[in-house]
Design a protein around this ligand. Structure first.
Ligand code: HEM
Length: 251
């Protein structure tokens, strides 16, 4: 991601020369590519061995994206498959992780907004059967899909202009029960037009379930004394990460 940002800022002849000489950030990228390819190769081989094995009933089988691709004959070509996994890791992992970090950072400083979100989650949570004391309530994608306020909070977390004024209400309709229509060219976090993010719906679904489940089960407090600033990169991740304390709520 960092090197991608560097390439955007430099004339292409400059970074191409660096790539040819294998120096500076291009050397770093080359090393990262080698490591990533090795990691994916090992991961694919492990999954292939596992798929070929007879299932042991005692071992709980998880569903993971690599195994589901391996089962599909369309992705039988290893190079295509590797490219898809790299694309998925770069496009889907750091973007969602970074967006969630900033969202929790904003929410930890706005308890009034957290209360409104919990009010919206409350009718869904009340229908869930909790297994025992201390057990967490987990919200499924189908349950969070229609939650206008939680969705407005997500949009507010990745908004650009006047983002310092934290106000999820700007995304709601006048009656505050649904989202206001905002064309993609006015909300550019996922880009617009032919290069628009293909994973937008997956990203929103993932973030809704994480934000809803975390805030319902925990109070999020920022640890004092940390320096919060964005890193100069394409996705503006937090330079030093975010340290929070989670306190289990009695619900
Ligand atoms: C908060 C999360 C995310 C944000 C803010 C985001 C944002 C973006 C943006 C701005 C682009 C356009 C990049 C360009 O113009 O070069 C893009 C492209 C893309 N994104 Fe995302 N993204 C997110 C999550 C995801 C996820 C979860 C996936 C996959 C499951 C994904 C898959 C892709 C793909 C495949 C492209 C390339 C589209 C193309 O050029 O045809 N993204 N994303």
């Amino acid at each position: 991601m960092e090197v991608g940002c560097f390439r955007h800022m430099m004339p292409s002849s400059f970074w191409k020369l660096m790539r040819w000489l294998n120096i500076g950030p291009e050397r770093k990228l080359n090393a990262a590519h080698t490591l990533l390819r090795r990691f994916i190769k090992e991961m694919m081989e492990r999954r292939k061995i596992k798929t070929g094995q007879v299932n042991n009933d005692d071992e709980e089988e998880g569903v993971d994206i690599v195994s589901s691709f391996l089962d599909d004959p369309y992705y039988a070509n290893d190079d295509l498959f590797r490219a898809i996994i790299i694309g998925y890791m770069l496009a889907a992992r750091d973007t969602v992780g970074t967006a969630l970090t900033w969202i929790f950072y904003c929410l930890a400083q706005n308890p009034n907004i957290v209360s409104i979100m919990r009010n919206e989650l409350s009718p869904i949570a009340s229908h869930k059967v909790v297994a025992g004391v201390g057990t967490m309530v987990i919200f499924e994608p189908a349950e969070t899909k229609s939650l206008a306020y939680v969705r407005a909070v997500l949009m507010e977390g990745i908004w650009g202009k006047d983002c310092l004024d934290y106000n999820p209400d700007r995304w709601l309709s006048k009656d505050r029960n649904s989202l206001r229509y905002v064309p993609s060219h006015k909300f550019l976090a996922f880009n617009s037009g032919p290069r628009m993010c293909l994973g937008k719906d997956i990203a929103v679904m993932q973030m809704m379930t994480v934000v809803a489940s975390t805030l319902w089960n925990f109070d999020v407090h920022l640890l004092e004394g940390q320096s919060i600033e964005p890193k100069a990169s394409c996705i503006l991740e937090m330079k030093n990460g975010l340290m929070v304390k989670l306190k289990k709520r009695d619900v």
